[in-house]
Design a protein around this ligand. Structure first.
Ligand code: ZN
Length: 102
């Protein structure tokens, strides 16, 4: 499993943004903002490990998601944006458990 830091994640997502002419609509969030957005309580947006992107041409969303997956990221094409996160839900939970035990 690739270990992503907020810095390496941000760098990878920046490259995807540039390639696909995309803008960030949501990145790191406070707990309050995450709740207001209806985010998962364990959302990777809380750890700077998730970003939502919108392409200038929404027809590119699937290609953006495919490129994100090629980099080892998790990408979900939503109705009006692409959510990209560092880890699958299960991998994220295991990683948090490991760090909690450390
Ligand atoms: Zn998101």
């Amino acid at each position: 499993m690739q270990i992503w830091t907020p810095e390496s994640f941000r760098c990878a997502v920046r490259a995807l943004r540039l390639i696909h002419h995309a803008s960030e609509t949501s990145g790191g969030r406070s707990a309050a903002r995450n709740r207001a957005r209806g985010g998962d309580p364990h959302s990777q947006h809380l750890e700077d490990l998730a970003e939502d992107l919108v392409c200038d041409e929404p027809a590119r969303h699937e290609r953006l998601a495919a490129d994100a997956r090629t980099l080892g990221l998790i990408a979900v094409v939503d109705s009006d944006h692409v959510h990209i996160q560092a880890y699958s839900r299960g991998a994220h939970a295991r990683l948090r458990a490991l760090l909690d035990d450390a």
